[in-house]
Design a protein around this ligand. Structure first.
Ligand SMILES: [Zn+2]
Length: 66
């Protein structure tokens, strides 16, 4: 019985998190790369984005490449 409950809990957690939709980008700032801005480099997909200081990329750029 507990096994079934555990499976249901896991199933619900997977539905909530939706790992197949969350291509979580790990943006890393590289302040040395630009003079007037911050170069954000995604560790997971390798995307690069130059933004003004204080701003961060919202989503993964890898989805635009496909
Ligand atoms: Zn990415």
């Amino acid at each position: 019985m507990f096994i079934i409950l555990g499976l249901i809990v896991v199933f619900i957690v997977i539905l909530i998190l939706k790992p197949w939709e969350q291509r979580a980008c790990a943006w890393r700032e590289d302040r040395r790369a630009l003079v007037n801005g911050v170069l954000h480099v995604c560790v997971t997909c390798g995307a690069e984005m130059a933004l003004p200081p204080g701003k961060k990329p919202r989503r993964c750029m890898a989805q635009d490449r496909s």
